[in-house]
Design a protein around this ligand. Structure first.
Ligand code: SF4
Length: 299
């Protein structure tokens, strides 16, 4: 394949992958929803879960997005410096979003700020968003694809705490967000928490935390313990599926952190909803692909 053919091929595969992510939840989310369904004792909660599973089946049978809000596309790319299309990646992802907008289809979710018109193609100034991690000595690319819906994005919040606020301050911040805005995303939620120095570093970590598989833990055992404590605490709010009450409010709490300035605690929260549409695909240098988030997919 020459370069033009390679770009075309990868754009086409990414468009098909985006469309698939919009229709089928990743394996770990499906498994967690099934687990929570079995653990809920109330009739209403069980009925709502059953409706969610029916919704998923109909999306597959009818070949339609599983939620009407297909979000703003966000990509977190972990790109090897020697990946052959590194220079073309951002452009081809944008083209893939346009292609998927019409083929999937996706709802038109890109409004030019200040000019206030919808581009009708899900692309605009800075959308889709691409977060880059450049990896030395690698020639492949990992692409996390995420559909940031309106409801699941609304609870997002970041601030810098005084250092004396400590881990109790982080806990209060997260619980305040969950008890005030948690309902804006359709529960059960996946809660991403970033802890770092400043608002932007914490915020980016809180989004990356949502890319982690459900059931994974922070590698630091104290942070992992805090994940569990927060999960138990948010469950006790009793949001239940779709916020209609139940024993479980969350699919999990993921904390991502860096070292930080001793005088600040930057903290941020991002939420994913029950329709947590994220996908993970890896392209090698010859553009052979491997999908780790969804089994049995051929693009
Ligand atoms: S919060 Fe999630 S499930 Fe609810 S409408 Fe938004 S994208 Fe859809």
């Amino acid at each position: 394949m020459d370069k033009e053919q390679s770009i075309h091929s990868m754009t086409d595969k990414m468009a098909k992958f985006i469309a698939h992510v919009g229709k089928k939840l990743p394996d770990d989310v499906e498994a967690k929803l099934l687990e929570l369904r079995q653990k809920e004792t109330g009739k209403l909660a069980a009925t709502i879960y059953d409706t969610m599973f029916l919704n998923q089946k109909l999306a597959s049978d009818l070949n339609r997005p599983c939620c009407q809000d297909t979000g703003v596309l966000q990509f977190w790319v972990k790109c090897g410096v020697n990946f052959p299309l590194i220079g073309e990646l951002e452009g081809l992802l944008k083209d893939a979003v346009v292609q998927a907008t019409f083929s999937a289809p996706l709802r038109h979710n890109s409004v030019e700020t200040f000019d206030e018109y919808n581009t009708g193609k899900n692309v605009g100034k800075g959308t889709p968003t691409v977060f880059w991690d450049i990896i030395p000595d690698r020639d492949d690319v990992e692409i996390y694809t995420y559909m940031a819906g309106g409801g699941c994005t609304l609870p997002g919040k970041a601030m810098v705490l005084m250092p004396g606020a400590g881990y109790e301050g982080i806990t209060k911040f997260v619980m305040d967000v969950m008890t005030s805005y948690g309902l804006n995303a359709c529960p059960p939620l996946l809660v991403g928490v970033g802890v770092a120095t400043s608002v932007e570093t914490a915020a980016l970590l809180s989004k990356k935390a949502l890319m982690r598989p459900i059931g994974s833990h922070n590698e630091n055992e104290r942070a992992a313990k805090m994940e569990k404590l927060l999960e138990d605490g948010i469950n006790k709010i009793g949001l239940g599926p779709q916020g209609m009450s139940g024993n479980y409010s969350v699919m999990g709490v993921h904390i991502e952190n860096t070292a930080r300035h001793p005088s600040t605690i930057g903290v941020a929260v991002n939420t994913g909803c029950w329709s947590h549409r994220r996908g993970h695909i890896i392209f090698d240098k010859d553009l052979n692909y491997t999908i780790t988030s969804h089994t049995g997919v051929t693009l």
